[in-house]
Structures are given as structure tokens and as C-alpha cells.
Design a protein around this ligand. Structure first.
Ligand code: SAH
Length: 254
């Protein structure tokens, strides 16, 4: 060994010992992050088993493998406010500000299953909210277009999609009652706020053979999760699924 290498070697050993003894932030952070990720993926597994694939009550199990896989991968705790992280995986909706909520995990899974999304599909969502439902859809569909009427929510969701690399989701601030004409027609449409009637522009922007999943009913009335099918000939049929409770579809951009 040449003499020049010896001091470098001594220095390297010294620095390694110092790092082991004082454990600087970056060493601890990597370990903490790892433990955190394991903790949340464990919570997701529990959420899927106890609420979605084997609900303990009258609810129909959701069994679609693509849907369960998406629910397994999307970090729901990053779609709620920091103070709500600990209850992100509970069996309930959670407020996200501006009087709006992120839907209960079971409802997100059920709506996604009922929508029967295929990998080649272009999907429209009305009501981006936190962005969680759009992120789930983006794991299954080719492209997701999501419209939100509350500007601040759209901005936060767009930032989440960028940070978490959901590159196939596009958002805009607008009244989703009118759909997204420039990107129509859509294979599937999901509405995550309750409408008193099915908005006619959405029926128009749906491809023949397409489906819409939408809660229908007034704010204080019984709402039904409804599936609408458009046949290849263009005829519309509707099927009421289960009673639900959603925030209303509003008409003023704010
Ligand atoms: N899909 C959301 C659920 C959000 S709650 C999620 O995963 O978090 C419903 C959302 O619909 C709210 O953010 C509300 O602001 C939005 N909304 C209500 N009326 C709307 C309209 N006409 N067009 C677009 N979004 C609307």
C-alpha cells in the first residue's frame, strides 16, 4: 500500500466511527422513514381486509383484484391534512376543508369496482377533492381527467399528483356539471358529489358502451349510488345500487 493512501484510510475510518456514534439526521431519517412506510402499508392491508374485502357488516365485499391492488398502493395518509394522518385508514370519511370530505375507503373501492375500469380507458371524475379517488383510478386507467369547483382543493390535489408522480391525472377548476368537453368522449365517468339529476352534458360526453357511477339525490334526501349504462346504440339505462351520503354537487366556482 502506498504511503499516500494511509492518511485517507485513517480519515475514512474516523468519519465512519463518528457517524456511527453521533447518528446524524440523515441516518436516523432513513430508518424512521422505512419504519413509517411499513407502518402505513400495514394499515392499508388491515383496511383492505377488515373494511373492503371482508366487511364485518351488511356491506357487499369488493373483490376486484385491480381495485384492491390500487387501494394497497396509494398512500391515503398523504391525501388528508397532517393532523388527520393517524385516522387516514379508518372506516369513515374525513373532512378536507372547505366543507368537503375524502370519501370512506369502502365507498372509493366500491365505486371503482362498479365502474369496471379497464387499462385502456379514459376516465372523467367530477369532484377532485383530495385527489385520492383520482389516484386510485390512475393506477388502473390510461388517463384520468378530474374537475374540481373549489380552486384551493384543485391546487392542493394537483401538487399531490406531481409530488407522488401520478403523471396520468389532469385537473382543472370548473363546474363539473359540464364535464370536460375538450377531452370528451370518456369511457367511464365518476361523480363524487351528489346530484339531484344526472347532468345531461355528462351523458353526452360518455362513449357508447360507457358507464357513469354517480350518487343521485338531494342534500337532505336519500341519495342512491347509481350506475348508468350507455348501450352501443346510445340508449341509456339506470340501476340504483345502495343508499349513500355525499356532499352536494354545487354550481359556483369558488
Ligand atoms: N373524490 C374526492 C371526494 C371529494 S368530495 C376525494 O377522493 O377526495 C366531493 C368534491 O366535489 C368536493 O371537493 C367538491 O368541492 C366537489 N364538487 C362539488 N360540486 C362540484 C362541481 N359542480 N364540479 C366539480 N366539483 C364539484
Amino acid at each position: 500500500m502506498s504511503r499516500a493512501i494511509l492518511p485517507i484510510l485513517v480519515c475514512a475510518i474516523f468519519i465512519t466511527i463518528v457517524i456511527i456514534i453521533i447518528q446524524p439526521d440523515f441516518v436516523i431519517n432513513v430508518e424512521a422513514q422505512d419504519a413509517g412506510q411499513k407502518h402505513f402499508s400495514h394499515l392499508r392491508e388491515r383496511m383492505i381486509k377488515n373494511q373492503i374485502s371482508h366487511p364485518p357488516d351488511y356491506r357487499e365485499p369488493v373483490r376486484d383484484k385491480k381495485v384492491l391492488e390500487a387501494m394497497r398502493t396509494v398512500p391515503r395518509h398523504l391525501f388528508v391534512k397532517p393532523q388527520d394522518t393517524s385516522r387516514a385508514y379508518w372506516d369513515c370519511p374525513i373532512p378536507i376543508g372547505y366543507g368537503q370530505t375524502i370519501s370512506q375507503p369502502y365507498i372509493v373501492a366500491l365505486m371503482t369496482e362498479l365502474l369496471d375500469v379497464k387499462p385502456e380507458h379514459k376516465v372523467l371524475e367530477v369532484g377532485t377533492g383530495s385527489g385520492y379517488q383520482a389516484a386510485i383510478l390512475s393506477c388502473i386507467a390510461k388517463d384520468v381527467y378530474s374537475v374540481e369547483i373549489v380552486r384551493a382543493l384543485e391546487e392542493q390535489a394537483a401538487l399531490r399528483f406531481k409530488r407522488l408522480k401520478y403523471g396520468n391525472v389532469r385537473t382543472k377548476v370548473d363546474d363539473g356539471y359540464y364535464g370536460w368537453k375538450e377531452n370528451a368522449p370518456f369511457d367511464r365517468i365518476i361523480v363524487t358529489c351528489a346530484a339531484t339529476i344526472v347532468p345531461p352534458p355528462l351523458l353526452k360526453q360518455l362513449k357508447p358502451g360507457g358507464k357513469i357511477c354517480i350518487p343521485v339525490g338531494g342534500q337532505y334526501a336519500v341519495q342512491f349510488l347509481t350506475i348508468i349504462n350507455k348501450s352501443m346504440a346510445g340508449t341509456i339505462s339506470m340501476q340504483k345500487m345502495i343508499p349513500v351520503r355525499f356532499v352536494p354537487l354545487t354550481r359556483t366556482i369558488r
